[in-house]
Design a binder for this molecule. Structure first.
Ligand code: ADP
Length: 887
């Protein structure tokens, strides 16, 4: 047996082999130590003639959670099952790896979570590297995607969008984990599956003419590879029948949202520091797992085809008007099982009788859904209703064949209904009559023998027996044969009882295996209808999403957007997530009909980023086909949304934050078009004020002159607001706050023009900065200090020119040229600049020794290279010094 084990571990050397031995999956030697450690299992020993082996076992019945632990720990798991009946086998029981579980190819519901997608992907490129194929399969549902792009960068971007949990690194696309924004398992699978000819063969088993589905060699090779790998992991020698629809898409058919945008708009997950919810949480109150999965797909890929968007909007609108029917449909849909996964299991031959019943119960819902849909008035809905095949043949088959509440095991009987198969019925009748005969035997024998205490019983070892207590032994008839002697009684059988017993057992055994056979036939018959079942699943999923979007629209007071306008014009827009968490949310307009670029100023916490994101989210929602949180919205069809937000979040990324910021800016300036939406939340803050402002200024000009994209630019560089005076297409927006008794209240209301007052110091005070620092800041603003800059070029003699409030003093030319500091300086710019001076002033009168030191020390910090703990310690240290100084 150990030889068999070692052979398998060698054959599957990139996986952890779980070797079935009866009720346990065993691991041995080093693997056992690993498993015991990872899963906190007891390490035991196995001794046989060949030696002593460390051993750790996982119960077969309860393997899923352990397997999950191993996947989490980064293993692939090869499941080697006993493929022979242990009792029937002569000698060693044969074992074979029946499937390999990897993060991208898991199919177990327990490990997947309801309504999720889980892809494994492959990437391939042609020789010159200018045509790339990305293919992905969800092995649990059979969904399969392929696309082609023209550069490695775009391939990685497409991968990010699909976010597979496992990627095959083919011969021409070795991926570096550091370049990926998420953490898939990178699998180095047999490179042969990437070869063109082999790939063509693989794909041809799925679609009659591969060239009709995939375009070009790179796509073919990626598709072939990923399908071959899927087959390999499922232990199948042939194609996976339920992967019958390979969908090729062109990335240009969708609104492009790269990983940065998906993350910063918080579509699916919130970013580390944020306590809120992602957008999807507001929308995903779908009735079924099917709907949930589709909603995620839609959100990942909003449309750009106006007609398609309108078609979805029509359908959503129709449902907003028919509340009662909508809720009726949603009620019915909540009874729908995850048909996609069920069909996957049926087709892989892994569905049990309960799965078939679940399938039937889902199909039972369909006629009701169609009735509840009624006379639908949107074309999309009519198509859906037509696509809802009731599959009466399948329903009827399962209904006739499978018991309503069947056991999980399919080999032990109780699965197939009476009346479905004559032979089975006969066997069950024989069995039942036999048992009835036995049940009556006691009474008959008591009568015959006159022994009142005579009893008939059954046990596992001896089967049926007649028991007679010792005092009555003299009355035992001749035809009784002794079977077993107990302390107070003897047990007997008769030839007739023996015959009946054999008959009962034989019939039961044959019935069980016949049932299993029949069950498999039924399952195969259902599997043959995979395509129809998948179509029904698709239609139910879409109906679910459309009714859910309508319900969300009604519940939260969304409106239908007008899509196809030249410019964004939103009246009373709201942030779909923030409005759920705030007691009162202040709606804001966003009108880009007269200007492409808006420079947004206002103190921290005044609502700038919420505002910018809500504009983007409203556009995204509209292109998904949903209503939007606004009073009215005229929207263009965007090709892409770019975001450059909060560099400080990425400290852990390794790259210096400024470099990263500039890399993101590069991407935006190169790739944005006039149909794009750009959100810039601070640009150039990772460098000196002068450089930063110059870059921000030049960026704004470039966006206006060369790109023409709709752009929202939130900035602390108040000076930037001067551009609006020079350029038609640039305008200023600012967030207001009211200040009473030194306290700041944010109104969260956007207004035309640049902000005119500095709130930085008050915000600092609100945040708990020591009173002494706050007071000193106020004095500095009031009185100013003479400052000599390091380069000796500029001398500013006080803070007032910077923080003067009131109307902006506009620099004559871009600030980089003059190094000018002017305008109603915004809070942080002023503070930045103050520390500039404080450290730059050499040996002039120190405004405060401690402050100077603190500032100098802060400047020393290499943020990208500081651990959170070091940062905390430093913060504590600086704070203590300020406290000491105050006391
Ligand atoms: P900024 O980007 O200016 O620092 P944020 O957009 O992060 O400000 O918003 C700061 C806080 O104000 C957030 O907690 C947010 O919930 C709240 N907020 C933002 N906009 C609004 C609004 N329109 N109505 C109500 N609360 C808002």
């Amino acid at each position: 047996m150990m030889a068999q084990y070692f052979e398998l571990t060698e054959q599957y050397d990139d996986a952890l082999v779980l070797f079935q031995n009866g009720d346990f999956y065993q691991t041995y030697c080093e693997a056992a130590e690993e498993v015991a450690r990872r899963l906190e299992l007891t390490l035991t020993k196995r001794e046989d003639s060949t030696g002593t082996y460390r051993m750790a076992g996982i119960p077969v019945d309860n393997a899923a959670s352990y397997v999950e632990g191993l996947l989490d720990a980064g293993y692939r798991v090869a499941i080697a099952e006993q493929v022979e009946d242990a009792e029937a086998a002569s000698g060693l029981v044969d074992r074979a790896v029946t499937r390999i579980v990897t993060p991208g190819t898991v199919v177990d519901d327990e490990l997947l979570g309801a309504g999720t997608t889980n892809y494994v992907a492959a990437v391939a490129a042609d020789e010159d590297g200018d045509s790339w194929g990305v293919a992905a399969v969800d092995v649990s549902t059979g969904e399969s995607l392929v696309t082609g792009v023209d550069s490695r960068e775009r391939a990685v971007e497409e991968l990010e969008r699909v976010a597979p949990s496992e990627v095959l690194t083919g011969p021409d696309a070795a991926l570096d984990p550091d370049e990926l924004d998420w953490e898939p398992m990178l699998t180095d699978h047999d490179p042969a599956v990437f070869a063109s000819e082999r790939a063509r063969e693989t794909v041809a088993a799925y679609v009659p003419n591969p060239d009709a589905v995939v375009a070009g060699d790179a796509e073919l090779r990626a598709t072939g590879a990923v399908l071959a790998y899927a087959e390999y992991t499922q232990g199948d020698d042939g194609p996976l029948a339920y992967v019958s629809r390979i969908t090729r898409y062109d990335p240009r058919e969708y609104l492009r949202l790269d990983a940065t945008a998906v993350r910063s708009l918080e579509l699916f997950e919130t970013r580390g520091h944020s306590a809120g919810e992602p957008l999807v949480s507001v929308l995903e109150d779908t009735a079924s797992a099917l709907g949930r999965r589709l909603l995620h797909r839609w959100l990942r890929r909003p449309l750009v085809d106006e007609a398609a968007i309108e078609a979805r909007l029509d359908a959503v609108e129709a449902w907003t008007r028919r509340g009662v029917d909508r809720e009726a449909v949603r009620d019915l849909l909540s009874e729908v099982y995850d048909v996609e996964r069920l069909v996957g299991r049926v087709s892989r031959g892994r569905a049990n009788a309960r799965d078939l019943r679940s399938l039937k119960e889902t199909l039972d819902v369909v006629p009701g859904v169609k009735t509840a849909m009624g006379e639908v008035d949107a074309e999309r809905l009519r198509n859906l209703r037509d696509a809802l095949d009731e599959l009466e043949d399948v329903r009827d088959l399962i209904g006739r064949a499978i018991q309503p509440d069947p056991p999980v095991e399919v080999t032990e009987g109780g699965v197939v209904r009476a009346g479905f198969d004559d032979e089975l019925d006969d066997l069950r009748t024989t069995e039942r009559e036999g048992r009835e005969w036995v049940a009556d035997l006691e009474a008959r024998e008591r009568e015959r023998t006159g022994i009142d205490s005579l009893s008939v019983g059954h046990n596992q070892v001896h089967g049926y027996y007649i028991e007679v207590t010792k005092p009555n032994l003299d009355r035992v008839p001749d035809d009784y044969t002794r079977r077993q002697t107990l302390k107070n009684a003897e047990r007997y059988y008769t030839p007739e009882l023996k015959r009946r017993e054999d008959e009962i057992l034989g019939a039961a055994e044959r019935a069980d295996s016949l049932e299993y056979e029949l069950f498999r036939e039924v399952r195969d018959d259902v599997a043959a209808e995979t395509d129809r079942l998948q179509s029904v699943a698709d239609a139910l999923a879409e109906l679910d999403v459309l009714t859910t979007l309508a319900a969300v629209a009604v519940d939260h007071d969304y409106v239908r957007p007008t899509v196809g306008a030249a410019d964004i014009s939103i009246r009373g827009g709201r942030h779909p997530v923030v409005e759920q968490t705030r007691e009162s949310f202040v709606p804001n307009d966003a009108d880009f009909t007269d200007a492409d670029v808006a420079v947004v100023t206002g103190p921290n916490m005044s609502g700038k980023s919420t505002y910018m994101r809500q504009v983007a989210l409203i556009c995204v929602l509209a292109q998904v086909g949903g209503f939007v949180p606004a009073d009215a919205a005229d929207l263009p069809v965007l090709d892409r949304v770019f975001t450059r937000v909060g560099a400080s979040d990425d400290i852990a990324g390794g790259q210096s934050t400024f470099m990263r910021e500039m890399a993101e800016l590069t991407d935006i300036l190169h790739n944005a078009t006039e149909d794009s939406l750009i959100l810039l939340d601070e640009v150039g803050r990772g460098t000196s004020t002068t450089d930063g402002l110059a870059i921000a200024w030049a960026t704004t000009e470039f966006v206006d002159d060369e790109v023409g994209a709709t752009t929202l630019f939130a900035t602390h560089y108040h000076e930037l607001t001067a551009i609006a005076d020079e350029r038609e297409a640039v305008r200023n927006l600012h967030f207001t706050a009211s200040r009473e008794d030194g306290d700041v209240t944010f109104l969260h209301r956007v207004a035309e023009g640049a902000s005119s007052s500095s709130y930085g110091v008050e915000v600092a005070a609100l945040a708990g900065v020591p009173e002494a620092v706050v007071e000193r800041s106020r004095t500095l603003i009031e009185e100013g200090v003479p400052v000599q800059r390091e380069d000796g070029r500029t001398t500013l003699d006080d803070f007032r020119g910077v923080a003067g409030g009131g109307g902006a003093t506009v620099p004559d030319s871009p600030p980089g040229a003059t190094n000018g500091r002017a305008g109603g300086g915004d809070d942080e710019t002023a503070v930045n600049d103050a520390s500039d001076r404080l450290t730059a002033r050499g040996d002039a009168d120190p405004p405060d020794e401690t402050l100077r030191e603190v500032a100098a020390e802060l400047r020393e910090v290499d943020v990208a290279d500081t651990t959170p703990l070091e940062a905390l310690n430093l913060l504590n240290d600086l704070r203590t010094r300020l406290d000491d100084r105050d006391s």
